[in-house]
Design a protein around this ligand. Sequence first.
Ligand code: NAI
Ligand code: MG
Length: 497
Amino acid sequence: MADNATETTLSTFLGQQTIKMLIGGEWVEAASGRTFDTINPSTGQVLAKVAEGDAADIDRAVAAARGAFEHGPWTRLTPSQRGRLLWKIADLIEQHAEELAKLETLDNGKPIKYSRAVDVPLTADHFRYFAGWATKLEGETIPVSIPNMFTYTLREPVGVVGQIIPWNFPLQMAAWKLAPALACGNTVILKPAEQTPLTALRLGELICEAGFPEGVVNIIPGFGETAGAALAAHPGVDKIAFTGSTEVGKRIVRASADNLKKLTLELGGKSPNIIFPDADLKFAVRGAMNAIFFNQGQVCTAGSRLFVHASMYDQVLGGLTDLARKMSLGLGIDPATDIGPLISQEQLERVMNYIDIGKREGASPTTGGERANGDLAQGYFVRPTVFDHVADEMTIAREEIFGPVVVVMPFEEVEEVAARANQSIYGLAAAVWTNDVKKVHKMVAALKAGVVWVNTYNQFDAAAPFGGYKQSGYGREMGHAALDTYTQTKTAWINLR
Ligand code: NAI
Ligand code: MG
């Protein structure tokens, strides 16, 4: 789209008196009539008023999704037609790429260069990847040992799926949830995070424009304790897919018990990033910077525990400290910004509290450790922070901080660092920097994590499965692994005698 067309659509969207929710193909107010403000974290200013969904709206959305799943035109579409609809979403995302990138940056605060280069293109890519799967959900014929029986399997959708997503990658999280669910023929109620409802709602408009039948995708903005909890507990929902805190993940497990909902959970992490002495040093230090500071450290896979071989500890610490100091803090919308604000006042306080605890427990920052003031004092900015003098037992070395804060610790031996890296309730991701092929494979095998990166960090692709070990979650997203969590297998026995 041309520049001024982008600005016009953006201001029309943001200029609505209330940004409404999507239920059964209609854009509607909350049943309660209530709204909430969504805030630009770069400035602390209100961006828009959004309909505030709660249990009553979740009821309406579940009814719409159930109707669409049982009797709607959705049930009669061919796999090819389903795939084409998903492909069409990707086309529309690309046509509105600049508008979506700006909206994402305004609502979330993330640097616009990343919204443009990462969030929007990967979102489109995700829909394309799963568009291709719609026509490939094959069952099997089973050579059973009972005479005259012809036995085969069908892969059928799970049904009505509730999807609850966080604020750190609003568009991408919506795509990770919606694309596989729809490819497999489910219907959906998506609840975006209360901090960042805007791009999911704009995506909802594009989904309507793509021609999805009514009730297939319903989007209910609102708070976790009300809308989220109502969705998680709803007896009419067959499955919940959740990304967020481990604490809320556990609540979702409890809420699933009454009707035994299927679950996929993508939860927290405290990922180890390990630099061996034979690594390419400059490359590894830069990698360590991106591992922790990308998206202001608000990444479930953030490389927040940096283990460095003792022989090069000072060099790495010094190099990382220099790079952190040089990062440019600024408004999300400024193309020169490397680090934007955290998502909210609450997150700012949480991260600053961890920094204070770190200092009290005896760790010391080599850089950062404070908010940004001056022009940026109105936003929720924290300077990139590197902690030295850290011990494994310290709070900042064990708990997920979800901010631009890394702890750096020396190690001596391979076995020692593998054991220390695994000493965590989490197991989402890990990384190793080395040029020794034996160490690579030993470490890949030893690390208890759903993803291990070698000489790289934070790589994601729609084709590559992603999810956690231990308390980092259940199930996998992306790749064909995701299809298993959005389908169920039916076995048919035909007596041929
Ligand atoms: P959260 O887990 O409370 O929020 C994530 C989503 O869950 C949001 O949509 C929220 O509305 C919803 N939610 C909250 N309470 C719920 C409930 N009782 N029932 C159903 N849904 C509910 O995360 P929050 O409070 O925004 O951030 C707290 C911490 O969680 C962060 O500091 C970080 O450590 C972690 N987190 C991890 C994420 C990840 O990608 N794994 C993403 C966001 C947060
Ligand atoms: Mg919360």
